[in-house]
Ligand binder design. Sequence first.
Ligand code: ARG
Length: 400
Amino acid sequence: MGRAEKVILAYSGGVDTSVSIPYLKQEWGVKEVITLAADLGQGDELEPIREKALKSGAAKSLVANVTERFVKDFGFPAIQANAIYENRYPLSTALARPLIAQLLVEAAEQYGADAVAHGCTAKGNDQVRFDISIMALNPNLKVLAPAREWGFSREEAISYGERFGIPAPVKKSSPYSIDRNLLGRSIEAGILEDPNTEPPEEIYLMTKAITDTPDEPECIEIGFEGGIPTALNGIVLEPVALISQLNELAGNHGVGRVDMVENRVVGIKSREVYETPALTVLISAHRDLESLTLTADVTQYKRSIEDSYSHLVYKGLWHSPLKEAFDAFIQKTQERVSGTVRVKLFKGNAMIVGRSSDNSLYTPELATYTSQDKFDHKAAEGFIYLWGLPTRVWSEKTRD
Ligand code: ARG
């Protein structure tokens, strides 16, 4: 008896996922492997990947174009939540995993598979995200992770694959481990493993080096409806087009590079580099628009949820009851977050320089220092007396 009869394998076309096909069949007795490659706007050509899976022994090779679903159902909610892990990482890779898990589960149900599989190793976050998302969506499915168990070095994986007709990669393989989708690129390993070494310029693709960015600032305008970005420079755009164009604009000014040491779920500290130009601009513009349209208490309370939300997403709990409850709260807060934010892009910075909204709570007659002032100055003294009363009492009782 093998570990499973029919398996849906998340497939990227890389060495590990290709070798997983014969490995699942030969070593783990799987009868049929169906691969599934997700197009998340990573820019790869999917047709050669689809064919490679068949050559590597897949019974069927599925390709799912889900870029729009990725942006709408995962990117936009994360922007509404201002989701940034450990204050630095806008979660571009983390957001893709629960969607891929969803696709695997949908395909398993459609094709009657008893298991799904992925090519993650034992040390990363992605295995956690896949496994937990899959168990949340269909607890009856087995999850197989051959690369977590086989113990092959890269060379061993390649020569195992060659035995089953999988050609060794033609290009000299990159020393980095890279994950890419429309929302960003994650780069790790290689020379980056030394946290004290500056990342070489060659690792970046979406963002220019500051030395190469324009010497003139560029002002852009982002329109939001209900917390969702809908327009760029006054033009209403579809989600994917908006993100692509903003990646270009912001990347051209070197906006959205992150170089950090992050805490992985499995306890390891890891040096990671990210490029998330559009996401970086959108989260900061969105947060700014919230400051104009939400009351002080909602804004402040939401901040505390945002951090917990980011941890949940990072740690694989996208599909979980607490995350769903946070979503309900966040959605309610977004009803009034509509308007326009002006952002100045210049030398790696995205500076917010203006914001406006029909739902603005900003009240000029209260804020102004001119003769238009409507604020009740007499009320201040009594307010401060009561607000400070506990402190006054404390002082009186504790002075010697
Ligand atoms: N550290 C990032 C995260 O946990 C990026 C992971 C990148 N994944 C990869 N297979 N290279 O989201």
